[in-house]
Design a protein around this ligand. Sequence first.
Ligand code: AGP
Length: 631
Amino acid sequence: MCGIVGAVSTRNIVPVLVQGLERLEYRGYDSCGVAVYAQDATPGLKRARSTARVAELAEQVATTHLEGTLGIAHTRWATHGAPVVHNAHPHFSHGTGLDAASKPGRIALVHNGIIENHDELRAALQARGYVFDSQTDTEVIAHLVDSLYDGDLFEAVKSALTHLHGAYAIAVFCKDEPQRLVGARAGSPLILGVGKDGQELFLASDAMALAGVTDQIVYLEEGDLIDMQLGKYWLFDKARKPVSPAQRPVKTVVAHSGAAELGPYRHYMQKEIFEQPRAIADTLEGVEGITPELFDQQMNHQPGANAARVFAQIDSVLILACGTSYYSGCTAKYWLESIAKIPTQVEVASEYRYRDSVPNPNTLVVTITQSGETADTLAALRHAQSLGMHHTLTICNVATSAMVRECSLAYVTRAGVEIGVASTKAFTAQLAGLFLLTLCLAQAKGRLSDAEEQRHMKAMRHLPAALQAVLALEPQVMAWADDFASCENALFLGRGLHYPIALEGALKLKEISYIHAEAYPAGELKHGPLALVTSSMPVVTVAPNDALLEKLKSNMHEVRARGGVLYVLADADTRIESGEGLHVIRMPEHYGELSPMLHVVPLQLLAYHTACARGTDVDKPRNLAKSVTVE
Ligand code: AGP
């Protein structure tokens, strides 16, 4: 989603800003821009903006010789106003009066988040003569800062923030103070980067934007405000009290560049699907046995938040997540209830945060998030905490994220940076973390014998090899994808533990191939969706050889009897053979409880190859973003 990079330096900073935007591209965006204080023959605010890719912005910058030592840049994912150039950030203020629009700009600003009271602020500013160039909520902040500016940018921003309702991370500068950059965050992440020479300072929404530029990072906390000048900065907390360096220490953060090598792959998504054996091996590395300490590992371990004590105390689990992460939570519910016998509720974070619920202080609140930045999941966590539920744990792929910082306990998966918008390796890594959590809770409740622990550990150690064998099915899945490429609808069926995998398969297909796909627990077929089944509706069935297989076979007969064409993922030992209207791919083994982690892989490949056949932008599907940092 939206991304911010800003810098105050002594060298031309534009190449660094543009490079930062390139590193943020993976988050998804529909326009981008960069602004500087130019000290050329006509000094002042100058900018370049584009609704194409950052590469096009880089060309514009080179052609127009945009240069400056102070600047800000942004990738925008449209919320208020269409993705057109005049809505792209940075936004400039330009004084008041009839000729306002032609007056040179004074304030330059970029913003992530949503200003909820932008309509009333806009009306008040318009009444004072401010003229707006865009439909964005962001532009009101630029004019608001301008209206409060009296020679001190920091004071103007500080005062402007008191008028804003909503979520924001901002970076702002003023042409009258060409060595000063001010930033603030509330509800959206923002970091400070300290350059190698100690002089150059950066602001960014994500440490990855600064990969290769600096690894010296300070994480701003909720409500923080920062005043930056060459080689020095001052931080203030939400009460506007000065913050000492000890309170926000500089951390060395190894952020890998988003522009990772594609190697032999056509897309990052394909690469990430094939990285799953390694992602799972890395995620499970060092796990010698089941012990609650696995969940104590995290950056700012909260005093008293000891997993052993928490696991003994809790009597239920509440999982909060969105999208693919929600489906990993739905899978974990089956494990938690069947193996650990702990009542588990899974909720879509954006629903939970706004509904009345009955809090239980002995619940373990588990958030699941690849990015650790998802606004709805963070808000749901805070909502649960506000209801008195303080046992919190996250399964997250980013160790430095807001989610890891805000939860007491964490299991940081090691899937590595995921660039494709469609989550693949992060999902299977989440499942690995959730299976470990299940075993730890089972152990804490006295429901895991040593023999069972050994059996599960052996199965987990086998996962990388098992995944590798499933990936070898790719040519067979490609043959299915040829059939799917010309369809506009598809149905996915699963039962029990594999129903969430059917949901995930359908989500993958719709998000990157734009084929309308639905998933149902197979037993529900005759309660409605069977009406959709015709010969032009492919029906994907996840059919492992488990206790529900015979029931699933009956559901498959119901589909065949209506002329529906079945695409079945069967286990090695399942007696289902290919035939008329029935295409079978046989999984290499039967995987027991860990089966969802293997069965999802052919579904990821099916979505990927179908999307390729349809010629969509696989890694950056339309309208979607990698990190959903607004609600
Ligand atoms: C998955 O393919 C999606 N793009 C999306 O559903 C994603 O899983 C969701 O936005 C949650 O993201 P998170 O894991 O970073 O919180």
